[in-house]
Design a protein around this ligand. Structure first.
Ligand code: 6PG
Length: 483
């Protein structure tokens, strides 16, 4: 019989998704540019299900049932363009190309327009969960047309992770919406990781705990609000000892964080939309700072002094436990703010592009399979179910109470870290955002006045409508300029 789906690109993600599809009973046509990989896949895992090895793209296309569905798992950028173009030349109207890589959403929108003009569907699908998730059930964020989803959706939902019987896959919206949501997922991932790293650093420097000791603390966090995959793997990493030196593993890993770019894209898009995603931005900049070797060397050589105040933590079991609890609460509050900001970005992008993204559904499909998976995402889904138009996640009563409970701890941790020269950019930015967004008034009034003085940029008044300008260099009279 004909194959149900084709997979092009058999590096680890492509191979594992092909195996996942085959294990779920689909007949999977597989193709890789260098045929060795196709042979390896079949030799190692050919018995897991029905595979059809295809030497060429035309062979692959010929082996598929209609409408043909092909999942492309190659490097984002030129490689994706080349493969999509070659497929498009052999496919027929109504066929579907799924790009499962981390493409930029604007590239996806361009490719979709291009294929649509030829009667083909392009679906940009964000796929999260790394190697393991690809094989056993990832979180899948497909964009593209309703029509394409009608064919493709059931397959993707079947191979995705499931939580409480619900698939971690849903149709996100047209064109680049799926890749956009995956991009913001990655931005949130950066923020979450940075926040955990700051909590670790504060415990280390504030209490003098070793990595394995902090690993035990973090493992304990898995039973509460912070229960998540990232917290779980953090505990594992902190417990790990380097075989060569016998030292804690994190102590031998170079402290320069890398990135492949999705966090940076998230911040770039947020800047374009004017959405303050300070948690994600600080996390992205913190990676950049860690990798700024010449600047860090120059600062060390200049002996930039910390002039610290000393940790105000009573050296008793109770005092230390209370500080650990402060850090846990600060972490949760900061995390909620970072997610709230990410969901604001989704709302803004959705409005800008007319995608109609359901934020509650995004949180639901992130509960399993992906890197930020966590029980806590249930609460986000529930918040958007209570109010689908919710303007601010931390204004939802449940989150407002949760963040409110942690505020005193949050302030103590940021203050203590700051007094002692431990950088907590994501903790501090999240707290500053919280204080900014809840403030009755902001000093933006002064900014507006300054702008009017030096550039006649005009301002509004608090006491009556209209747009005004003051004659700063003349008699300081005010004129209404919008009437
Ligand atoms: C996933 C991950 C995966 C990868 C990111 C971040 O959801 O499976 O998000 O896509 O971890 O690309 O990678 P960098 O940290 O290298 O940017």
């Amino acid at each position: 019989g004909l194959a149900d789906i084709g997979v092009v690109g058999l590096a680890v993600m492509g191979s594992n998704l092909a195996r996942n599809l085959a294990r779920n009973g689909y007949t999977v046509a597989v193709h890789n540019r260098t045929p060795g990989r196709t042979r390896e896949l079949l030799a190692a895992h050919g018995d897991e299900g029905a595979f059809v090895a295809c030497a060429t793209v035309p062979d692959l296309v010929a082996s598929l049932a209609r409408p043909r569905t092909v999942l492309v798992m190659v490097k984002a950028g030129d490689a994706t363009d080349a493969v999509v173009e070659e497929l498009a030349r052999h496919l027929e109207p109504g066929d579907i190309v799924v790009d499962g890589g981390n493409a930029h959403f604007l590239d996806t929108a361009r490719r979709e327009r291009d294929l649509a003009a030829r009667g083909l569907h392009l679906v940009g699908a964000g796929i999260s969960g790394g190697e393991e998730g690809a094989l056993t059930g990832p979180s899948i964020m497909p964009g593209g047309s309703e029509e394409a989803y009608a064919t493709l959706g059931p397959m993707l939902e079947r191979i995705s992770a499931h939580v409480d019987g619900v698939p971690c896959c849903t149709h996100i919206g047209p064109d680049g919406a799926g890749h956009y949501v995956k991009m913001v997922h990655n931005g949130i991932e950066y923020a979450d990781m940075q926040l955990i790293a700051e909590a670790y650093d504060v415990l280390r420097q504030g209490l003098g705990l070793s990595a394995p000791e902090i690993g035990e603390v973090v493992a304990g966090w898995s039973t509460g609000d912070l229960d998540s995959y990232l917290v779980e793997i953090t505990a594992q990493v902190l417990a790990h000892v380097d075989a060569e030196t016998g030292r804690p593993f994190v102590d031998v890993v170079a402290d320069a964080a890398e990135q492949k770019g999705t966090g940076r894209w998230t911040v770039q898009s947020a800047l374009d939309l004017g959405v303050p995603v300070t948690g994600i931005a600080e996390a992205t900049f913190a990676r950049a700072l860690s990798g700024s070797a010449p600047q860090r060397a120059a600062a060390r050589e200049a002996g930039l002094a910390a002039r610290t105040a000393g940790w105000d933590v009573p050296d008793t079991p109770e005092g230390r436990a209370a500080f650990v609890e402060d850090v846990r609460r600060a972490l949760y509050a900061s995390k909620v703010v970072a997610y709230s900001q990410g969901f604001d970005q989704l709302a803004a992008a959705s409005a800008e592009h007319g995608w109609d993204i359901d934020r509650g559904a995004c949180a639901r499909i992130w509960r399993g399979g992906c890197i930020i998976r966590a029980r806590f995402l249930d609460r986000i889904t529930q918040a958007y179910e209570r109010d689908p138009e919710l303007e601010l996640l931390i204004a939802d009563p449940v989150f407002a109470a949760a963040v409110g409970d942690g505020v005193a701890s949050w302030r103590r941790v940021v203050a203590q870290a700051t007094l002692n020269g431990v950088p907590v950019p994501a903790f501090a930015a999240s707290l500053a955002y919280y204080d900014g967004v809840r403030a009755a008034s902001l000093p933006a009034s002064l900014i507006q006045a300054q702008r009017d003085l030096f550039g006649a940029h005009t301002y509004r008044r608090t006491d009556r409508p209209g747009v005004f300008h003051t004659e700063w260099s003349g008699d300081r009279s005010e004129t209404r300029v919008d009437a």
